[in-house]
Design a protein around this ligand. Structure first.
Ligand code: 5GP
Length: 190
């Protein structure tokens, strides 16, 4: 998606060779117009897929997923929680993931009542690195007997291998911008 790539080049900051900081439009401040264009693009890429629900993981996936939902005829959006709050009193599906940015293990959780068997679920997230978050969400979906309709990612860093792992498992992964490498502050796309 050219508009997104242009924005990454203009505003993205490479932190070493592994992390891309895009706080000015995705992870801290949100460019709603760009999110709308991304939502439309996801709807094009997954056109023909039946989508009953969108799931994501807190916090940065929520905005992208909610705006994208408008282009899928408003399915409900459920976000997996990364910490178990006192209010999460009901039974939940859980999956262990290693956080790429924090380098720590956590369990992502979705209450059982929000995932039903046979539902077709679109997974959406801001970044795909090693695939832990997306794989964890797919595990939650499949644990509920639901099906992964596809995985929509804003920025995939191909060199970290998560996309390959997910595609090898048969998931339909669509990434709006695919970064091939980050070196000396330069961001190169596939
Ligand atoms: P994975 O689980 O695929 O290894 O990493 C994806 C998760 O880590 C995303 O949910 C995202 O929040 C975070 N993440 C991974 N790489 C980056 C990055 O380069 N920049 C930012 N801002 N977040 C990232």
């Amino acid at each position: 998606m050219d508009e997104l790539k242009k924005r990454i080049i203009e505003d993205g900051i490479a932190l070493g060779t592994e992390i891309l900081k895009v706080d000015s439009f995705l992870n801290h401040q949100i460019d709603v117009k760009l999110f709308e264009a991304m939502g439309e693009e996801f709807a094009d890429r997954f056109c023909g897929e039946e989508v009953d629900k969108i799931i994501t993981v807190e916090a940065s996936g929520i905005g992208v997923a909610c705006i994208a939902a408008q282009y899928f005829d408003y399915p409900e959006v459920v976000f997996a929680k990364k910490v178990s709050p006192n209010t999460m009193t009901e039974e939940y599906y859980g999956a262990e993931v290693i956080s790429f940015t924090k380098n720590e293990k956590s369990v992502i959780r979705i209450a059982k009542k929000y995932l039903k068997s046979k539902e077709r679920i679109l997974i959406i997230d801001d970044f795909l690195a090693h695939g832990q978050a997306a794989m964890g969400m797919a595990k939650l979906v499949e644990g509920a007997g639901a099906e992964v309709a596809g995985i929509g990612i804003v920025i995939e860093k191909a060199f970290q291998g998560g996309g390959k792992k997910l595609r090898d498992k048969g998931y339909n992964v669509e990434s709006l911008a695919v970064v091939k490498s980050i070196s000396d502050g330069n961001i190169e796309f596939e």
